[in-house]
Every structure is written in structure tokens, then in C-alpha cells.
Write a protein that binds this ligand. Structure first.
Ligand SMILES: [Zn+2]
Ligand SMILES: [Zn+2]
Length: 262
């Protein structure tokens, strides 16, 4: 298995080095790691904005020396309508194996924080997030997958936080059909599993993606610390199989390769 969503110390909130992830992957018998540090231009909290990250990306030839596991070069681009063109300019003419397109802020506020939900109904808070994701799909930079669809429920204050497909069928379908039409994939992110017993997106949305003909699915832990490498991948695979998925994708040079889920 390859973990397609890992933050290293290059991210402002990352705590482990690439070498630590590679050593841990070898120890666990993993197939590979894909480093996807943040590129979040225009993010409202300036300490998270790191436009210089691309200048600091480590030498991947060196990281690949002496290890048999795959070491993939990725990035997590935070979509922001005001800065998407700058992101496109920064990413152009650089080689990546994999790019995650993520929405971290909606109308300038990160739903990670309580402030986002104040003065909004659940329908407004969740619906506005899904609209922002829909808008992000046509970003002018190339990307491989949509990151953590459902991020808005991760820290939401509601007693039943998970945002099911049946609550927003039209918005979800518009997003899923557009992802499929554009030839992009869907990331299954396990970072909310401990809290919600759910992946992002949740199972009903994965099932719908499969029903609509979606096939490109990657797994990512979104680890910021080496102990979460491959976290909850077994549970996620079981959820995928129960949702009707047959394949897991791995990316190299921005191209997906589909393998049967084992
Ligand atoms: Zn993210
Ligand atoms: Zn992330």
C-alpha cells in the first residue's frame, strides 16, 4: 500500500521528516509513501501560507537511494479562488507524481475552527462548503484527486456530524460527476476516523461515486506525524469493498494505476 497524503516538517504543522516516514514504511512492510506538503496560497492565517515550499522540496533522488519502497513527490494545493492563478503559476513546469486539490477555507474561514459555523445553519455551513468544492474542481492547475471531501464535518459542532450523500444529493452528484468527467480521482482520507468512525468522504458518498462510474480512488492518512502513517487503512479498505469499489489507485508521474483491493 502507498500512503498518498503525508505532511513532513516542510508543512508548518508537520512534525516528522521524510526519512522518518520512509524508515517507518519499511518497518511496516509498506509499498510506498507520497509526500504532500501544504501549498496554501492566500490562507487567512499567515503562518500557514508557505509560498516558498517549492524551493525547499528535498532532493527525491537522494531520498530514493537505499530504499526499495516507492517515494513519490506530491503536493497538497489548498484551493482559494483569489490565488488559484498564482498557484497554477507556481506549479507549472514542475514535475510531480501526484497533486491533491483541497478546500481548506470557505469564504475566507477554515471550517476547522468554530467561527465557521457561527451564524450559519447546518445546511448553510455544509452546503456552502460543497459549493466551494464544486468551484475548486475547475482550478487552472493540474491535479490528481479531490482531497478529503467532507472536511467540513471533521470539526463541526453538530450531534450527528457526518454529511451523508442523502442530505445534499444534488450538490454531491454535481461534484462526483464533474470529478469523473474531468478524469480526476477521489481521495479517501482517514484522518477523521478516530473521531467519527468515518472516512472523508463518508461511505454513502463513496458508494455513490462508484455507482456513477468513478474508479480512481486513493488512500491517504493525512499524517502530520510518523506514527499515523497508513493509519486505519485496513478499515478504509473494508469500507471501500462494502461500497462496491474494486480498485485502489496509485499515482506516478500524475498517472493513475489501478490495482485490485487486497
Ligand atoms: Zn488538507
Ligand atoms: Zn493534508
Amino acid at each position: 500500500m502507498i500512503d498518498h497524503h503525508l505532511h513532513t516538517t516542510l508543512s508548518p504543522d508537520g512534525e516528522s521528516t521524510p526519512e522518518q516516514y520512509i524508515a517507518r514504511a519499511e518497518l511496516l512492510g509498506g509499498k510506498g509513501v507520497c509526500f504532500t506538503d501544504h501549498l496554501d496560497l492566500g490562507y487567512s492565517k499567515k503562518q500557514f501560507e508557505n509560498a516558498d515550499i517549492l524551493e525547499r522540496i528535498p532532493d527525491f533522488d537522494k531520498l530514493r537511494e537505499g530504499t526499495s519502497i516507492k517515494v513519490l513527490r506530491g503536493i497538497e494545493a489548498g484551493y482559494n479562488p483569489a490565488t488559484a492563478e498564482d498557484t497554477a503559476r507556481l506549479l507549472a513546469n514542475r514535475s510531480f507524481d501526484y497533486i491533491i486539490n483541497s478546500v481548506h477555507e470557505v469564504d475566507g474561514i477554515d471550517p476547522y475552527f468554530d467561527e465557521y459555523y457561527q451564524g450559519k445553519t447546518r445546511e448553510q455551513a455544509y452546503g456552502r462548503y460543497l459549493e466551494a468544492v464544486f468551484e475548486s474542481l475547475d482550478a487552472s492547475y493540474d491535479y490528481s484527486v479531490v482531497g478529503h471531501l467532507g472536511y467540513v464535518f471533521r470539526n463541526s459542532p453538530y450531534p450527528l456530524p457526518i454529511m451523508e450523500w442523502s442530505e445534499f444529493p444534488d450538490l454531491y452528484d454535481a461534484i462526483l460527476m464533474r470529478i469523473i468527467y474531468l478524469g480526476k480521482g477521489l481521495e479517501i482520507n482517514t484522518s477523521a476516523f478516530a473521531r467519527h468512525r468515518s472516512t472523508m468522504p463518508c461511505m454513502s458518498v463513496i458508494r455513490r461515486y462508484i455507482e456513477l462510474g468513478g474508479e480512481i480512488i486513493t488512500l491517504g492518512s493525512d499524517a502530520h506525524q510518523v506514527r499515523r502513517l497508513y493509519d486505519r487503512f485496513d478499515e478504509a479498505k473494508q469500507m471501500l469493498l462494502s461500497s462496491g469499489a474494486r480498485y485502489i489507485a496509485t499515482f506516478e508521474d500524475m498517472k493513475p494505476v489501478l490495482d485490485y483491493i487486497k
